[in-house]
Design a protein around this ligand. Sequence first.
Ligand code: HEC
Ligand code: HEC
Ligand code: HEC
Ligand code: HEC
Ligand code: HEC
Ligand code: HEC
Length: 416
Amino acid sequence: MFRKIAHSTFAIIVAIFAFISTAYAQPDGKALFQSNCASCHNPIKESTGPALQGVSARVPSKEWLHDWVKNSASLIASGDKYANEVYKKWGMIPMTPFPNLSNEEIDAIIDYVETYQPPTAAAPAAGAAAEGAAEENTWLYTVITLVLLVFTIILWRINHALRRVANEKEGITNQKDIPVYRNKVFIAIAAILVFIGAGYWVVNGSVEMGRQQNYIPEQPIFYSHKVHAGINQINCLYCHSGAEKSKHAMIPSTNVCMNCHKQINEYTGEPLYTMEGKEVDGTKEIQKLYEYAGWNPEKKDYNRDAEGNILAKPIEWVKIHNLPDHVYFNHSQHVAVGEVACQRCHGGIQEMDEVYQFSSLSMGWCINCHRETEVQFADNNYYSIFEKYHEEIKSGKRTGVTVEDIGGIECQKCHY
Ligand code: HEC
Ligand code: HEC
Ligand code: HEC
Ligand code: HEC
Ligand code: HEC
Ligand code: HEC
C-alpha cells in the first residue's frame, strides 16, 4: 500500500512538472518578431516585405511557412509555385534565412502577427490586457507551487504516520512527536530554500539591471531612420560622424538637420506609422523641428532675440543604448579598425521608423562575436605588430585571426 501511494504520487508530480514546463517553455513570439522580422515586416502594413497578418491563410501549409522562414531561397530554387509567386511579386528581394529558428518559434511569431491589433484609441486597454495575461501566468505558477508544497507535506505526514503504525506493530516504541515547525530538518530545508531563492533573485536582478533589449522609447520628434537612411540613402556617418573617429557615435545637433530642412519643409513620402500603428503627420514633425531650431519657415530665417541670438532649444532625444560605466566600448575601434558594419550590432536601422535596441549588449554578446569574428588582417596597418600571425599565415599554418587571438577577450580590454 505504501509503495502504491509513492508510485501514484510520483506520477502526479511528473505530470504537474510537465504541465508547468510546457506552459513556461513557450517562445515569446513578439520578442522573436521584433528582433528577427520587424526590420522588414510589419504585422499590418507593407514594408520591405509583405504585411504578415493573414499569412497563414495565404500560404499552402504550415510546413511551407516553416520551410520558407528557415530558408526561402532553397524553397524558391526547388520550384515551389507559391514561393516563386511571392518572390516575383516583391521584386525578387531575398529574405534573410533563419535556419536557427525552431518550428515552435516560427509558430509563436506567426501567432503574434495573426493576433496583433493596432492599438488605436483603446491602446491602453490592449497593453493592460497583455500585462494581465503575464500576471495570470505568474499566478498560475504560484498556485501550482503552493499545491505542490501542500501535497508534499501531506505525503510526508502520511509516510510518518504509516511508519508509526508499522513500528507499533513490531513493538518498537515511537519517539515523542515533534510539531513540524520545530522539526530541525524542516527548518533547515526551509532556510536553504529561502536563501537560494533570494540569492537567485538578487543576483539575477542586478546582472540584468540596465539591460533593455528591444527598448523603443518615444522620441520628442518622430524622426524616421527609414525615411532618411533607407529611402533617401543618407549615410549613417553624415549624422553619426563620431562612429568612425571616436569612442561615441554621437547624436547629430539640430544644425545638421537644418542643413537640409531649411529647404525641405514638408513630408510627401509614404504614410508613416508608429510601432503601435498610429499614423504620423511627417510635415507636423518637421514643424516641431523648426520650433526646436528656432526657424521661421515663412521668413526663411531664424527667430532672434534683441541681441541677435538665435532662439533655439536643444532636442532632448531619449538615449536608447547604454552600457554600464565599468565597460569600455569604442566605436572607431569597431567601425574603422574592425570594419564591422553598423547593422551587425544595431540591426536594420535603415528599415526602422523608430529605433529600438537590437542587441542585448550583454557581456556574452561581445565575447561571442570576438570569438567568432576574424579581423580583416591582411592589408590592415593596425595589425602589423602581430608578426607571428603574419608569418603563420604566410607559411599556411593559420587561415585567419579572430578578435580573441589578438586579445579581444581579456578582461581589462573591456573593463576599466
Ligand atoms: C531582409 C528582410 C526580411 C526579413 C529580416 C524577414 N523577411 Fe520575410 N519577407 C521578406 C520579403 C522581401 C518577402 C517577400 C518575398 C521575397 O521577395 O522573398 C518576405 C516574405 C515573407 C513571407 C511570405 C509572405 C506571404 O505573403 O506569403 C513570410 C511568411 C515571411 N516573410 C516571414 C518572415 C518571418 C517570420 C521573419 C522573421 C523570422 C521574416 N520574414 C524576416 C523580407 C524579410
Ligand atoms: C539624418 C541624420 C541621421 C542619419 C542619416 C542616421 N541617423 Fe541614427 N540617429 C539620428 C538621430 C537624430 C537619432 C536620435 C533619435 C532616435 O533615436 O531615433 C539617432 C539614433 C540612432 C541610434 C540609437 C542611439 C541611441 O540612443 O542609443 C542608432 C543605433 C543609430 N541612430 C544608428 C544609425 C545607423 C546605423 C544609421 C545608418 C544606417 C543612422 N543611424 C543614420 C540621426 C541620424
Ligand atoms: C541630408 C538631408 C537631411 C538631413 C540632414 C535631415 N533630413 Fe529630415 N528629411 C530629409 C528628406 C529628404 C525627407 C523626406 C521628405 C519627403 O519625403 O517629402 C526628410 C523628412 C523628415 C521628416 C518627416 C518624416 C519623418 O521622418 O518623420 C522629419 C520629421 C525629419 N526629416 C526630421 C529630421 C531631423 C530631426 C533631422 C536631424 C536629426 C533631419 N531630418 C535631418 C532630409 C534630411
Ligand atoms: C560592435 C558593435 C557596434 C557597431 C559595429 C556599431 N555600434 Fe553603435 N553602439 C554599440 C554599443 C555597444 C553602443 C552603446 C555604447 C555605450 O552605451 O557606451 C552603441 C551606441 C550607439 C549610438 C548611441 C550614441 C553613442 O555613441 O553611444 C549611436 C548613435 C550608434 N551606436 C550608431 C552607430 C553607427 C552609425 C554605427 C556604424 C557606423 C555603429 N553604431 C556601429 C555597438 C556598435
Ligand atoms: C559584431 C561583432 C562584435 C561585437 C558584437 C563586439 N565586438 Fe569588439 N571587436 C570586434 C572586432 C572585429 C574587433 C577588432 C578590431 C580591432 O582590432 O580593434 C573588436 C575589438 C574590440 C576591442 C579591442 C580589442 C583589442 O585587443 O584591441 C575591444 C576593447 C572591444 N572590441 C570591446 C567590445 C565590447 C565592450 C563589446 C560589447 C559591448 C564588443 N566589443 C562587441 C567585433 C565585435
Ligand atoms: C569583449 C568585452 C568584455 C570582456 C573581454 C569582458 N567583459 Fe565583463 N562585461 C562586458 C559587458 C559589456 C558587461 C555589461 C553586461 C550588462 O550590462 O549586462 C560586462 C559585465 C561584467 C560584470 C558584471 C556582471 C554582469 O554580467 O553584468 C562582471 C563581474 C564582469 N563583466 C567580469 C568580467 C571578467 C572577470 C572578465 C575576464 C574574464 C570580463 N568581464 C571580460 C564586456 C566584457
